[in-house]
Design a protein around this ligand. Structure first.
Ligand code: FES
Ligand SMILES: [Fe+2]
Length: 397
């Protein structure tokens, strides 16, 4: 039904596109997201205390046991449900505070100290658990069917010898962005917003290079898609910027702080993930290969961005008036509603990257439902390389 009720209002109740936005266990997108390794914490956040996390609508606890192994377990103890965030970390695992049951990082119940010493109850208990990996300073979990666990992808831009990797939370949409993951991820295939939100509306957030309205191309890749944004600068240089998304929720963004007066070509040095906390909350993680100058890593500007700011070069400001006067990605995307309603949109020619990305997601969902691997799943342990094409090129006149 598409009839209008008058005054431009649509006369039927429009709901969000649940197939692409909802993330719980058993939902189409929830099952797709669970086929990929997802970052859930920073390695440096695992101290002598467990950490409660919520990922894909599941309440979990992440911890590093006394032997250095990382575990991601269901938050609620299999005994009677006490949260393991109050547990004690020990060499062999985590001990629930309530009756002292001890679990290892794979959820095996090692001890039930209140039970008779010869009891077998512990052998019948398994705390829900997920496999984990650490890479580049992030802790990843695989939350899908265990027999379909993929290899861990080796992004080429993060894999070369001698790189110094740094990991951090991307808080440009707030430490926990109060909206659905998809509208944030779609932003990566929306290059036109850089010419408005980040240039003419709110001043130059990153670089003056974004001011020139670009010509846009979009291309599929084996793991997702890219946009190719080409513009001619006032100085006559051609600026070509390639940005890339990996189905479903990762992306690669080239340096946004490029000066526009020197011919150059550089690959992106960053992989980022928008991880759904639940349907209406999202957290961001980045791994960045730092530039090395005179033998020392140059600190990441993006890593230092204040909460709610895309750009690390501007001061934090959070008053409502400031947000109205100089909106940034957080204001633009979170205000699309807690879950953007696709039925209410009026997509135009510049949205074709968003349209294409949604199609790729639908195809990936369909592949999972058919029993196939969705795009970008790495199966060959001998060839885990994912080639990243994101980058910047400045060509002199
Ligand atoms: S509730 Fe965890 S040991 Fe009893
Ligand atoms: Fe942006």
């Amino acid at each position: 039904m598409t009839e209008e009720a008058g005054y431009g209002k649509v006369g039927v109740l429009r709901r969000e596109n649940a197939e692409l936005t909802h993330v719980e266990f058993g939902t189409p997108m929830g099952e797709l997201l669970r086929r990929y390794w997802q970052p859930v914490a920073l390695s440096e956040e695992l101290t002598d205390m467990p950490r409660a996390i919520r990922i894909l609508g599941e309440d979990l606890v992440v911890f590093r046991d006394g032997n250095g192994r990382v575990g991601v377990l269901d938050q609620h103890c299999a005994h009677r449900g006490t949260s393991l965030e109050y547990g004690r970390i020990e060499p062999e695992g985590i001990r629930c505070c309530y009756h002292g049951w001890l679990y290892d990082v794979e959820g095996r119940c090692l001890q039930q100290p209140g039970e008779p010493p010869d009891g077998t109850s512990k052998d019948r208990v398994r705390q829900s658990w997920y496999p984990t990996r650490e890479f580049g300073g992030l802790v990843f979990a695989y939350m899908g069917p265990i027999d379909l666990m993929p290899e861990f992808p080796a992004y080429d831009i993060l894999s070369d010898e001698g790189l110094i990797l740094t990991a951090y939370r991307n808080i440009s949409r707030g430490a926990v962005a109060e909206c659905n993951w998809l509208q944030i991820q779609e932003n990566a295939m929306d290059p036109v917003h850089t010419a408005f939100l980040h240039s003419t509306i709110s001043g130059a957030h990153f670089t003056d290079l974004f001011k020139a309205l670009p010509q846009l191309d979009f291309e599929e890749t084996p793991t997702g898609m890219t946009y190719i944004r080409t513009s001619t600068l006032p100085n006559g240089f051609t600026y070509r910027r390639v940005q890339e998304v990996f189905v479903p929720n990762a992306r690669s963004v080239a340096d946004p702080y490029l000066p526009g007066n020197k011919a150059q070509s550089e690959k992106s040095r960053l992989i980022g993930w928008w991880v759904p906390v639940d349907n209406t909350h999202t957290i961001g993680f980045h791994i960045e290969a730092l530039r090395v100058v005179n033998g020392a890593p140059v600190p990441s500007v993006l890593a230092q961005a204040p909460e709610g700011r895309s750009s690390g070069t501007q001061a934090a400001r959070r008053s409502y008036e400031d947000m109205q006067r100089e909106p940034d990605d957080q204001e633009a995307q979170v205000s699309q509603r807690p879950i953007a309603v696709h039925d209410l949109e009026h997509l135009a020619s510049t949205d074709r990257g968003v349209v294409m990305f949604r199609r790729l997601l639908k195809e990936a969902v369909a592949a999972v439902q058919k029993g196939d691997d969705p795009m970008g799943i790495v199966r060959d342990p001998g060839n885990r390389t994912v080639t990243v094409s994101a980058g910047n090129t400045l060509i002199a006149r």
